[in-house]
Design a binder for this molecule. Structure first.
Ligand code: 5AD
Ligand code: SF4
Length: 454
């Protein structure tokens, strides 16, 4: 009988993209993908450690694993993603701490070691025929051809890791040092996607602006003589418009690395959408300093002014953390003030979560009470809602182009050029189509209108 697997993916788009590579490996091993943990012989959690809640969700699943194992002794459970540090099994002498904390788990793997997974599974399931697969010998897991979930939209990782060491963030410890994929490899992946009908590509990395510029990148010849590798990459991918590419996006950015030249490129490249995610984290210079962010609130204001000047109407979203170590009420009010100055289209608001191993965990005090964190979050959320509505109202009476992603109950849903969720009625399922929509109403979280046919 065929064996099956289930992946639960948590966290950012990078994890979702990684899961598409895990899919490929497991499918090539002859395993069948199932949509419920209850029917799987292998369960993989692709995890996020950014906040404690994400980790708790995984540990919370362990009772289910114990229950399922009672009727299925060969059940395998694995963890990958940001919670893992060392690729190892329960039998290994040097093993990941997670295996001690969660005895229900059989093995954990760093995503960079994905090619080793077939061998690990083979050792557990000696009774089961596992074929040799070519992917096991690839030099980097990025070279694995993903089993894309969509044919018209794709996430393409351009690197992994982060060298920025923001004091609150676990990513530099989980994903380790920043390293970029070669431009040729990324271009080939994009070309292949576009030749197969992909209309929209989103480039992914912890900090895409420093693509090709990390310390590890400098040790290779790959980016020698290229002054601004990220801009070069955008230009190369933009050339795929001749083959049908319509939209290019990228995330995430660090404000300190968003250069004037990059803004110029964004303003001129045809496939580049008028939207950028630019995490600010706080509006207080003192807090930004504690966070090791390398800019001030005024510097960020100036950057946004340049973006608005060069790309009129550009939509900008951000990430904000409230209740970081030592954040006073006055400093929090500076964040509220910055919101009113910038008028972000969207903001992802987080209450500070103390992450073991980070600089803040070692050296600063997580001293803003939970109730104050909550209060600040709610206050900022009210401001966010007001500006989200204001920014959506701007589109009333205008026509936007929507790439349809969902269809149900006679309603199509997709994103506009400015990354606005847009809904419109349709008798036809238009998933994968780019259509023009006349916006009748802007609401807090979406635009609503009707399709225009010409
Ligand atoms: N606590 C709360 N939010 C965090 N983020 C990163 N680390 C933490 C943390 N320890 C948020 C930041 C970042 C986003 C991906 O997650 O806002 O931009
Ligand atoms: Fe974390 Fe900062 Fe790196 Fe973003 S830039 S992944 S917040 S350390």
């Amino acid at each position: 009988m065929k064996r099956s697997y289930y992946i639960q993916t948590l966290g950012c788009q990078m994890n979702y993209s990684d899961s598409e590579r895990i899919d490929r490996i497991l499918q090539n091993l002859g395993l069948e993908k199932v949509e419920s943990m209850n029917n799987a012989d292998l369960i993989i959690f692709n995890t996020c450690s950014i906040r404690q809640k994400g980790e708790d969700r995984v540990f919370g699943q362990m009772v289910n694993i114990t229950r399922l194992r009672k009727n299925k002794p060969h059940l395998l459970t694995a963890i990958t993603g940001c919670m893992t540090r060392i690729t190892s099994t329960r039998q290994d002498e040097e093993r990941d701490k997670l295996l001690r904390r969660a005895p229900e788990v059989d093995f954990v793997f760093r995503i960079e070691d994905l090619q080793r997974v077939p061998e690990i599974i083979k050792n557990f399931w000696s009774d089961f025929q596992i074929p040799e697969i070519a992917e096991a010998n690839l030099a980097s897991y990025f070279q694995i051809n993903p089993a894309y979930t969509s044919s018209f939209q794709a996430f393409v990782p351009i690197g992994t890791g982060c060298d920025n060491f923001c004091t609150y963030c676990i990513v530099p410890y989980s994903r380790k040092r920043e390293i970029s994929r070669s431009m040729d490899e990324i271009f080939e992946e994009c070309k292949n996607l576009v030749e197969n009908g992909c209309l929209e590509i989103t480039l992914l990395g912890q900090n895409v602006n420093s693509y090709g510029l990390s310390n590890l990148d400098k040790k290779t010849d790959l980016f020698k003589d290229i002054d601004q590798p990220f801009i070069e990459l955008l230009k190369r991918i933009d050339s795929l418009k001749n083959k049908g590419l319509k939209r290019l996006r990228f995330t995430s950015n660090h404000p300190k690395d968003l250069s004037d030249e990059l803004i110029d490129a964004m303003a001129t490249l045809e496939t580049q959408m008028p939207y950028v995610h630019l995490p600010v984290q706080s509006g207080s210079d003192q807090v930004l300093k504690h966070m090791n962010r390398h800019y001030t609130a005024d510097w960020y204001r100036d950057l946004v002014r340049k973006l608005n000047e060069k790309i009129p109407g550009i939509a900008i979203s951000t990430d904000i953390i409230v209740g970081f170590c030592d954040e006073t009420e006055e400093q929090f009010m500076e964040t509220c003030k910055l919101f009113e100055d910038i008028e972000w289209d969207m903001a992802y608001l987080a209450q500070y979560s103390n992450r073991k191993g980070t600089f803040a965990w070692k050296n600063l005090q997580d001293n803003v009470s939970l109730s104050d964190k909550k209060k600040r979050w709610h206050k900022l959320n009210i401001i966010l809602k007001a500006y989200a509505l204001k920014k959506h109202k701007i589109f009333e009476g205008k026509t936007v182009e929507v790439l349809v992603e969902k269809y149900g109950n006679g309603i199509c849903e997709g994103r506009s050029e400015h990354f606005k969720t847009t809904l419109f009625p349709s008798d036809e399922n238009l998933i994968g189509k780019l259509v023009k929509v006349y916006v009748e109403r802007g609401r807090e979280w979406q635009l609503e209108g009707h399709m225009i046919t010409d």
